[in-house]
Design a protein around this ligand. Structure first.
Ligand code: GLA
Length: 695
């Protein structure tokens, strides 16, 4: 008789039946208390015109050959043979928060281990390892990390669309019956197909994510009984994963949570690793890219640093342009030595200047890349990924280095170490500015998967050697944003799109799986460099203020009045930072009629951002409903209204004036039901309301 296994992750439960052979059956997956007993010995198979054997279809990692006909999560062969799989002898072993299910297929010569990790944050993590135990080569075509079960019924999917500068655009659609597939083949997490999927079916909702920075696949397959399996895993090129006897393939981890709040708690508790063991208050940054591009002038940069320090900035990040002979994006990637034309005495004078002002110093690298116009490429043209006989496809004039070759990884580690070991650099912006098209290794075989692992390994090596250094994950903005990358990084550059109006959507989207304190959000110049749009400083600052705040402009180009205003917002951010970045405090509401609402709330203090993007269509705005923690009858008042208040309102009644000036108190229950009757805001205006308990 099969045995039953019940696992809990915070409020979520997963109940599995371990069969004698076949794959573990998912008996139940959901939220609440798991029923204490199940009916593992009653077959859940009564197909008309079906097989003469009992075939459960809701299983972990379905495979071909068992009599169920769904999408196989694991597939491979030995030169065309052993294409069917049938694992037997399942055992379960608990190992801390991880339960390992293991079995073997003696015919195909494969061992399998499915690891299920539970987190109190309310997240299940599934990963799968296959080991070949037979002579010859087992070619693995597919091995999904894990499978999750959803109920039947109309299912609405939430996915991301996007492109460079406009990542994390939320798209919702009803799932069709049959198979829905998302595949990403860009060799990085991508701007257009993030490894994220939200699904709601009635009152059941789940968010899924794959912690993987390479090619991926997410499949949703309808089962014979109408329920659905969601599979997440890496996507291999043909013939990419070949297992010799004794070799294993270890998948990345697929995560499932109820909602964004659980994912945020999980990232904070279990993914991020901070220098010193705990997150320090997120330093306000100045990033030099949009203020200087490749035009580095030492004295001018020092003056910018002076101005930055006066603004209250705490970290100065020198972006692209400091190395090789990098005057534009056509050369020097790979030559990680200081450009002595721009910095005759090296970077030390600038680093010393910045640190003497009390700021941290950060530096940009793009380790995986090489320009053909570089000393590195001239010395080692064979170090770039390529497929013999195929032309290079350049992107931003650059090629991708083959990090699977130890000498390449060692070279990069040495170059990074030389800089990090000799200068007071406490922050690295690790960029990756092209998709990978020809991921061929030295023997002509595809290495996309191995390259992804090699990048993670290099990041881990740098982290281990320089544990005080924080790393930002950037790939032309948010192109490498996933929990695999975040295991070794502490911030993402959310998007190269710095237009605050565009950022409303981008940041709301990224907030579905990232907590605010690791999302880079910068105040940029007017007009915006990507869109040409002009927005008030208030709008630009308030849209960035709740996240990891930065400035992406040349402060010397600002008027004295603008500098004073920006310094005020930076001071406001610093005062509110403990609240905005407090675990469990942040919230993000679905926008209505162009009005975006987000912020953070504890039982003692709330910060509510309200930004109106495009003009409202409604005659008057919907009351603003916000749920505050603490007792429902606790009375609150508006202690301060920052930003475009009252200037951004079309018209204010006397009552609204009294409400916004804090004269009127209201209960948390009233705020959560009736809502705040705010005036209508003009387009492209933003306010920040601070709420405190009244009296
Ligand atoms: C990418 C990054 C930018 C900047 C440039 C430098 O586009 O996303 O922030 O660092 O590279 O070339």
């Amino acid at each position: 008789m099969p045995s039953t296994l019940t696992l809990s992750a915070g409020p979520l439960f997963l109940v599995l039946g371990l069969p004698e052979r076949g794959m573990p059956e998912i008996l139940a997956f959901g939220r609440g208390a798991a029923a204490p007993d199940f009916w593992p010995d009653v077959p859940r198979s009564s197909r008309i015109n079906g097989m003469d054997v009992d075939v459960p279809s809701a299983v972990l990692s379905p495979v071909a050959g068992l009599g169920a006909f769904g999408w196989p999560a694991i597939a491979g062969h030995r030169d065309g043979r052993d294409f069917l799989l049938d694992f037997a002898g399942w055992t379960a072993r608990r190992d801390g928060a991880t339960t390992r299910l293991a079995a073997s297929d003696a015919v195909a010569g494969l061992d399998i281990e499915i690891a299920i990790t539970v987190s109190d944050a309310g997240v299940f993590g599934l990963s799968t390892r296959l080991t070949s135990v037979k002579d010859g080569v087992y070619t693995l075509d597919r091995c999904m990390a894990g499978s999750f079960l959803l109920p039947s019924g109309e299912a609405v999917a939430t996915r991301f669309a996007g492109m460079w500068g406009r990542e994390f655009q939320i798209r919702r659609h009803t799932l069709a019956p049959g198979l829905t597939l998302q595949e990403s083949r860009r060799g990085r997490t991508s701007h257009d197909r993030q490894p994220y999927l939200g699904v709601s079916v009635g009152d059941v909702r789940f968010a899924f994510h794959l912690g993987w920075s390479g090619n991926h696949r997410i499949a949703v397959d309808t089962l014979d009984d109408g329920r659905r399996l969601v599979h997440l895993g890496a996507l291999f090129e043909p013939g990419e994963i070949r297992l010799q006897k004794g070799d294993s393939y270890q998948s990345p981890v697929a995560y499932a949570a109820w909602d964004a709040a659980a994912l945020h708690a999980f990232v904070r508790a279990e993914i991020l690793s901070w220098p010193g063991g705990a997150m320090s208050p997120r330093p306000v940054m100045l990033n030099t890219w949009e203020g200087n591009y490749f035009d580095h002038k030492l004295e001018e940069l020092k003056a910018q640093a002076d101005a930055a320090a006066a603004l209250g900035i705490e970290r100065f990040v020198l972006d692209d342009g400091w190395f090789g002979r990098r005057d534009d994006d056509t050369s020097s990637l790979g030559d990680w030595t200081v450009d002595r034309r721009k910095y005759p005495d090296g970077l030390k004078p600038l680093v010393d200047h910045v640190t003497s002002l009390g700021m941290q110093f950060g530096l940009w690298f793009e380790p995986e890349m090489v320009n053909e116009d570089s000393d590195l490429y001239r010395a080692h043209p064979d170090w770039a990924l390529k497929v013999e006989g195929r032309p290079f496809l350049r992107a931003r004039h650059q090629q991708v280095l083959d990090l699977t070759r130890p000498e390449v990884a060692d070279y990069l580690f040495d170059r990074l170490s030389a800089v990090l070991g000799s200068l007071a650099v406490s922050y690295v912006k690790w960029d990756m500015n092209r998709d990978i098209t020809h991921a061929g290794g030295a023997d002509g075989r595809a290495v996309t998967d191995a390259q992804t692992r090699a990048v993670h390994a290099l990041m881990a090596r740098v982290r281990a050697a320089f544990p005080h250094v924080e790393i930002e994950s950037c790939a032309s903005g948010g192109g490498r944003t996933d929990y695999g990358a975040l295991a070794n990084t502490q911030r993402v550059w959310t998007s190269d799109g710095t237009d605050a109006l565009e950022r409303l959507e981008i940041q709301r989207g990224a907030s579905l799986f990232l907590p605010p304190e690791i999302m880079g959000a910068h105040v940029s110049a007017n007009p915006n460099h990507q869109t040409g749009r002009t927005l008030s400083l208030t709008f630009r600052a308030l849209v960035a203020l709740a996240y990891h705040l930065g400035v992406e402009l040349n402060p010397l180009d600002m008027t004295a009045a603008e500098r004073t205003e920006l310094a005020g917002f930076i001071a406001l951010h610093k005062r509110l930072r403990p609240l905005l970045h407090a675990p469990g405090a942040n919230f993000n509401l679905d926008p209505r009629d162009g009005r975006y609402v987000w912020g953070a709330a504890t039982a003692e203090h709330a910060a509510v951002f309200v930004a109106q993007g495009p003009s409202m269509i409604a005659e008057q705005p919907e009351p603003l409903v916000v749920r505050l923690p603490g007792a429902p009858d606790r009375r609150w008042r508006i202690a301060a209204a920052h930003g475009d208040c009252p200037s951004g309102f079309f018209r204010m009644s006397d009552g609204q004036t009294r409400l916004l000036s804090g004269e009127m108190a209201f209960s948390a229950a009233a705020l959560a039901s009736a809502g705040l009757p705010l005036p209508m805001q003009r387009p492209e205006t933003a306010i920040l309301l601070e709420l405190v308990p009244a009296g």
